[in-house]
Design a protein around this ligand. Structure first.
Ligand code: HIS
Length: 322
């Protein structure tokens, strides 16, 4: 029996973080910028109904949730996301117009195979509710820019794409296997799919280029010039317009093969990377239809930093300079 005392379940790791002092410094720096920009800090509950997260086609997959059945016989989940509960909060308080929330805390997500990976992620994020279109997007991207230096990491890259572009592509290709192929950027599978579905140019040319469709503004301009489908073109033009309005463009680039990390994204999608992290350190995007679930028509955008991954990256970056 003695040896079992030291065992931990597969969902767990020895300690979530041991460099908590750094976490608190980063958290406080971020908080200052969020609050300065008018974001109200909220402390969200750890438990929500499973149905809150997944009772809609743009919700969160049930496999990701840690859940139990409560005394009412209802399924309750550990907080799996901040964005969905904040949409609930906004609607239940009958808020109207623009509202800015920020938060710090953990989300719990099941991994397919845990194998030494944590299921707890410490996030810091903001949600900007009620501000539509590119003005909301710009505000959100500017908050990211203003907070980047708080992360203490060098060489952060932020890639952008468009959920409108992604969903239109899915519709045009019309094949279940496409999402997985896109995630793997598998050119030979794309070629097979083109054969199977008898896809003709110009869509064919776009698909062949897609796995390598990342880079600076030139890649976006190039694709805008060759794409003929009006919806695809309009989605990319929206991104171009956004980019043109950004002050400091250095950290931003594009990845048109990006797949949404959350099903609720409807417009711009944002992913941030450090060379010292295999996982994304920033995730975000516009989600204009999530609030429909609460019978509201409210546009919204937000992002979150994954502080667990950021701290790991900081440690690796430090080791590489030793
Ligand atoms: N909730 C998203 C990030 C996000 C915040 N707002 C919009 N998106 C995530 O955990 O990946």
């Amino acid at each position: 029996m003695e040896e079992f005392k030291y065992l931990i379940p597969e969902e767990s790791i020895d300690a979530i973080m041991d460099n908590v002092a750094t976490l608190r410094t980063i958290e406080n720096d971020l908080r200052q910028v969020f609050v300065k920009n008018g974001y109200l800090e909220v402390l969200m509950p750890s438990f929500e109904y499973v149905d809150l997260y997944n009772d809609m086609d743009i919700g969160i997959e049930e496999e990701k949730m840690f859940q139990y059945i409560n005394y009412e016989g209802k399924r309750v989940a550990l907080r799996t996301d901040f964005t969905v509960p904040l949409a609930r909060l906004y609607s239940s308080k009958k808020e109207q117009g623009e509202k800015r929330y920020c938060y710090f805390g953990k989300v719990y997500r099941k991994e397919k195979r845990h194998k030494g990976r944590s299921s707890e992620f410490f996030q810091a994020g903001v949600e900007l509710l009620g501000k539509a279109g590119y003005e909301g997007d710009i505000e959100c991207l500017q908050v990211i820019q203003e907070t980047l230096s708080s992360l203490q990491l060098k060489d952060i890259k932020i890639e952008m794409s468009s959920a409108k572009f992604y969903h239109r592509l899915l519709k045009l290709v019309d094949d279940e296997s496409f999402v997985d192929i896109l995630k793997k950027r598998d050119l030979s599978a794309i070629k097979k799919l083109i054969e199977k579905k008898q896809i003709q140019s110009p869509l064919k040319d776009l698909l062949i280029q897609l796995p390598r469709c990342f880079g600076d503004i030139d890649i976006l301009k190039k694709m805008i010039a060759i794409i003929q489908d009006e919806e695809l073109k309009a989605a990319l033009k929206e991104l171009e317009n956004l980019y043109n309005h950004l002050n400091n463009k250095d950290v931003f680039s594009f990845d048109l093969a990006m797949t949404p990390s959350m099903k609720y994204y409807t417009g711009i999608m944002i992913k941030g990377y450090s060379p010292y992290s295999a996982e994304t350190i920033i995730n975000g995007g516009r989600y204009d239809r999530l609030m429909n679930h609460f019978h509201k028509d409210v546009p919204a955008i937000g992002f979150s930093y994954d502080l667990s991954h950021i701290l790991n990256a900081l440690e690796k970056e430090g080791e590489s300079h030793d």
